[in-house]
Write a protein that binds this ligand. Structure first.
Ligand SMILES: Nc1ncnc2c1ncn2[C@@H]1O[C@H](COP(=O)(O)OP(=O)(O)OP(=O)(O)O)[C@@H](O)[C@H]1O
Ligand SMILES: [Mg+2]
Length: 562
């Protein structure tokens, strides 16, 4: 056989193949990066993108959200999704870009606690609808200021730009946004990763929202509002110098209104005062009166290096808005009906030097806590949230799951965590969530994040452990009491026969004796529990040791990765 001769291809021939492509073409080909893969996952992700946008918009505009979600089955693996909200709506000028252009939105450049942050979610859905069904996405939007409009939006992938058709004014009153889009190759399932569970968890973390849902079989669900107070609107914070990279500094310098580097640093950064500026000036070799837009990569590098060396006050922490202990309690009690519940809102912390974050945690034990698997048995469940949005996928890759599995639960009386009747809820809130990917389903295991989630878990784990041990002791005491009382008549009878004393009197004396013994034991148990409660706030020696070990391990792992 003669070997086929392969002609080498030169740069000139390859140059003919050289083409530019838009971000829309890129994501059209790589939709898995947006979490749009797997039939069930894709449909849940679509619901997530629309619903989290509605909640974000309502929160920013100080509106109590009323959201209606409908999924209709149009054919085999073919569905229509409708999501309607009572938010601020979108103007005629922005609606096209918001839903028909990838990487466009109001959130990307702002450090703010929001569910969305990339400007890719809803336009990704528009793209998926058109590539699987050939249909545009139908939209009705009303801002309350002018007549509502209806329109159809699709994306021109080549230019990553919106195409709008059938734009009409409507004569009805409507404020908010209603989106209707069709999707093929997706599947509705009433499972742990399906839209219903997604909405159930959204309701738990957003008790101020009313969410109505109609599934493809026509079954209706109403997650009623249990809190009539709108959460504190998210506050925008400026980036903290410690969290900034050279590239980010250059990007920010292009957007600033300041005309010299000095005022750019002072106005656009958190905790930057005159003293900080003096320190930067001492450590840099160029004139800080220079136009920030003209700053070179090298100059930006000098500033970031100076930021690393200077001591700044920790970032502003009051921009975070937790769900709140009473609200989480109310939600879980009404949905999970647990036997025992502990909720803990930790103090805000900082990760990667510059990003404030806060952990809220709840552990529900017994009742309907945990989840039922197909065999009918119960399993422990972890409910993960990022800025109140449920995370249903990529569980193994998430800092929250990793932290749960790094805790020694045996210490808290939970010998087999996996089969325990337990719901562990963790809400991670931050002005910037360190997601592991554009699909926004897992939080990266930053050291500070892991540490803080572990501490929160250990604190709540100990309280749960105390309840479990109290329950066990109570049961033991009950058994002991029953046993004593069962044998008292027999013992009294035997004693009376031997001593010839009155049987009834002996019975009474024996009962008194047993009662005193049990009382003594109870007092001992109560003292032990009190001692345990006192040390409840702080870690015990073993927990401290474990925490140190964990830090060492994560350092080693990071070192190996680098
Ligand atoms: N229901 C809504 N009401 C008002 N504005 C909305 C609504 N949905 C989307 N928007 C606007 O459209 C923009 C784009 O939404 P999109 O979901 O694509 O990105 P995002 O929410 O900014 O970030 P992410 O990609 O993380 O979801 C939003 O930033 C917001 O300004
Ligand atoms: Mg979004």
């Amino acid at each position: 056989m003669t070997e086929e001769k392969i002609k080498p291809v030169g740069a000139e021939e390859l140059a003919k193949e050289f083409k530019e492509h838009s971000v829309a073409e890129f994501f059209k080909k790589n939709k898995q990066m947006l979490g749009l893969y797997g039939k069930v996952r894709t449909l849940t992700t679509v619901i997530h993108e629309y619903v989290s946008n509605s909640l974000d918009a309502c929160e920013e505009s100080n509106i109590l959200p009323d959201i209606e979600v409908k999924i209709d089955e149009l054919g085999s693996e073919y569905y229509e999704v409708t999501v309607k909200d009572n938010g601020p709506g979108l103007t005629e000028a922005t609606v096209g870009k918001a839903l028909g252009q990838l990487l466009a939105g109001t959130k990307f450049h702002r450090m703010m606690q929001m569910r969305g942050q990339q400007g890719i979610g809803s336009a990704g859905c528009t793209m998926l609808s058109q590539t699987t069904t050939g249909n545009p996405t139908k939209v009705i939007t009303g801002t309350g200021k002018s007549k509502p409009i209806s329109l159809k939006i699709s994306i021109d992938p080549k230019h990553n730009s919106p195409k709008i058709t059938d734009l009409k004014k409507i004569d009805k009153e409507f404020r908010g946004l209603a989106i209707q889009a069709k999707f093929k190759d997706v599947l509705y399932r009433d499972s742990e990763q399906g839209p219903l569970e997604y909405l159930r968890r959204t309701a738990i973390a957003n008790p101020h929202a009313q969410i109505k849902f109609r599934d493809p079989e026509g079954k209706s669900y109403n997650f009623k509002r249990t809190l009539n107070k709108i959460p504190k609107p998210p506050k925008e914070v400026k980036p903290h110098p410690k969290g900034i990279t050279v590239d980010e500094l250059i990007t920010l310098s292009k957007y600033t209104k300041s005309r010299n580097v000095n005022s750019f640093l002072k106005k656009d950064f958190d905790r930057m005062g005159n003293k900080g500026l003096e320190e930067v000036a001492k450590r840099t070799s160029f004139d800080l009166k220079k136009d920030p837009k003209q700053m070179s990569w090298h100059e930006s590098e000098e500033i970031v290096k100076a930021f690393r060396e200077i001591d700044f006050i920790a970032p502003t922490l009051d921009a975070l808005s937790p769900i709140g202990e009473a609200q989480i309690k109310g939600s879980l009690e009404s949905i999970v009906h647990p036997e025992f519940l502990t909720v803990n809102t930790r103090k805000p912390q900082v990760y990667a030097g510059g990003f404030p974050f806060q952990i809220e945690i709840a552990i529900a034990y017994g009742g309907n806590a945990g989840r039922q698997i197909s065999s009918g048995e119960m399993r422990m469940e972890i409910m993960r949230f990022a800025n109140r949005a449920p995370l249903l996928f990529d569980q193994g890759n998430c800092a929250i799951t990793k932290a749960v599995h790094s805790v020694d639960w045996k210490r808290y009386g939970l010998r087999d965590l996996e089969t325990a009747p337990l719901t562990i809820l963790v809400n991670f809130i931050s002005v910037h969530i360190p997601y592991t990917g554009a699909g926004k389903q897992a939080i990266a295991d930053e050291d500070e994040v892991m540490e803080e989630v572990r501490l929160a878990l250990m604190q709540s784990g100990r309280k749960t452990g105390m309840y479990i041990s109290r329950k066990r002791k109570e049961k033991e005491k009950q058994m002991k009491r029953e046993m004593f009382y069962k044998y008292i008549p027999e013992v009294a009878g035997a004693l009376s026969r031997i001593t010839k004393k009155n049987e009834e009197k002996l019975k009474n004396q024996l009962e008194k004796l047993v009662l005193e013994k049990l009382k003594l034991e109870e007092a001992k148990d109560a003292a032990e529990m009190e001692a345990e409660e006192v040390k409840n706030g702080s870690l015990d020696e073993q927990e401290k040791e474990e925490t140190k070990e964990n830090k060492k391990k994560s350092k080693k792992k990071k070192g190996a990765e680098e």
